[in-house]
Structures are given as C-alpha cells and as structure tokens.
Design a protein around this ligand. Structure first.
Ligand code: FE
Ligand code: FE
Ligand code: ZN
Length: 276
C-alpha cells in the first residue's frame, strides 16, 4: 500500500487536518509547525492534538511529516539568525512531542558564501544541541535543489551533516523529487541508480520520507519550482517507476504540488492506482 498525503493547513486545528486527509484518501500529511515565514506559533491546544492522535491511530495513518518554516537558517553568517532558528526549532520539537512518533522536516539552510563545509558544521552543531535520547520525533534533513547557497544540494552534503550528528537514531532524510531532479540526480532515466547513489553516500536506512513533486524546470537547473504530478519535466512514467521502487517501500509520500484539495485528491487517487 502506498502511504500518501499532501501539505495541509493548520488553520482549522489539528484534528481537522486528519479529517481533511481522510476526505481526500490520504493516510499521511504534512503541515507547518507555525507560519511558514516564521513568527509565533499558536498556543498549544492539547485536546485538539489528542483528538488528532486518536484519529491517526484509528485510521492507521503512517507517520506525519511536519515541516519547519522556510525562514529558519541554522547556518547563517549572522549569529542571531542561527540562534533564532535553533530556538524556534527547539519549541517546534517540544510541540511535536504531543504527536509522538512522527517526523519533523527542515531545510538545512543557506551558508551565504561561507562555504558548504562551514554550513555543515553549524547545522550539525545545532542538531547536537537539539536532539535528545528522550524525544519521540525523528528530525529529517530535506534534500535541496541547490538554489543560491543552499546546503543539502548533494547527497554528500547531507551525509556530511549526518556524520557529524551524534544522535543518529533521531536523524533522517526527506527526499524531495523536484529538488533532487533540479539538483542533478536523474530520476527520469535512472531512478534505481539515484537510489543506489543515496544508499552508497548516505545509507537507505536514513531515508524516512519523500516529497513527491514534479518540476517546472529542466534537469539540473537548480531552480526549485514545483509542478503538478505528470505536468512537469519529471512526468507520470518516472513517478510510476519511483513509487514502485523497493528502496522507497513503506515510506510516507507527501505532495507539495500547486493544487487545491480536489487536485490533491486526484493525484492521490492516480498515484494509488499506479502502485503495484
Ligand atoms: Fe521543504
Ligand atoms: Fe519539499
Ligand atoms: Zn521546493
């Protein structure tokens, strides 16, 4: 069975997200832990979170993949920017403990011309302060397209962060198909080879989730513009192969395509049809 869902809004509460997911045939979903531009998180409504927990259990959801705001930059050249990101992530992770056993995905950051190596040291340093043995969330590094000075543009950079992170059982990777295709990993002609590469450089055991997006831009363009599944440069054929790869079996797939709910429902339906 394909575990699939899409990005949903928290605006009507947590339980409501679960109900919306069910209504579009999803058995996982993503949400922002707070406004995507940062800002204050809403007060915690424990009852609402518990109500979602019940729904997830009752309907056998696969793990959710919460998303950190884009504005966090753990490897900025500015100390206050790094500290803000770390402080906000700590708060987000405290919140995630109300939904134990799920994933929290973040963009590694932009090194702003300090060099990827320095970025990797900052990011893993923060992770070494944030990750604890007690926490019940796994934190996922997202593979990036390599726009500007983004860290995480290659499997090597992701591996560099993981190898410097102490609590290896609390860290994982979220593979974004649009990003890696834009980043120069050819998912269209050789998806098996890309996953072999991933296994050799990072290790498949770290792969916990997939962002399933088509791309508006050609291969290796380092641009990062998502497209609806089948309408971009990756195309249906590649996605059919991809969702059936043994290396991705059982992982939650999250759509971040430009869609409204009915569009997501349709993508979920069609992708489920293609799953063998
Ligand atoms: Fe993302
Ligand atoms: Fe993504
Ligand atoms: Zn993206």
């Amino acid at each position: 069975m394909l575990h699939i869902g899409c990005h949903l809004t928290t605006s009507k509460g947590y339980r409501k997200m679960g109900e919306t997911a069910l209504s579009i045939g999803a058995d996982t979903f993503a949400f922002f832990t707070r406004n995507p531009r940062g800002g204050n998180a809403k007060a915690i409504d424990e009852k609402d979170m518990e109500a979602l927990r019940e729904l997830l259990e009752e309907h056998h959801f696969s793990p959710l993949v919460a998303h950190a705001p884009y504005t966090y930059n753990l490897c900025s050249e500015k100390e206050e920017t790094r500290e803000f990101a770390e402080r906000s992530m700590r708060e987000d992770l405290e919140r995630m403990e109300y939904l134990p056993g799920n994933y929290y995905n973040f963009h590694p950051g932009a090194h702003r011309n300090q060099g990827a190596e320095k970025g990797i040291v900052f990011i893993s340093g923060a992770l070494n302060r944030l990750l604890t043995d007690e926490m019940q969330t796994t934190v996922l590094l997202e593979t990036m397209a390599g726009k500007g000075t983004e860290v995480g543009r290659s499997f090597e950079e992701i591996s560099g962060i993981i190898s410097r992170t102490e609590k290896k059982d609390k860290i994982g990777v979220c593979l974004d198909t649009c990003h890696i295709y834009d980043g120069g990993y050819d998912l269209v002609s050789d998806p098996e080879g890309v996953l072999e590469d991933f296994d050799r450089v990072i290790g498949l055991s770290y792969l916990k989730a997939v962002h399933i997006n088509d791309s508006k831009n050609p291969f290796a363009s380092h641009k990062d513009r998502h497209e609806r599944i089948g309408e971009g440069t990756i195309g249906w054929k590649a996605f059919e192969r991809l969702i059936n790869l043994p290396a991705l079996k059982g992982l939650p797939f999250i759509l971040e395509t430009p869609n409204e709910l009915d569009g997501y429902a349709e993508e979920i339906r069609r992708l489920r049809e293609l799953k063998r």
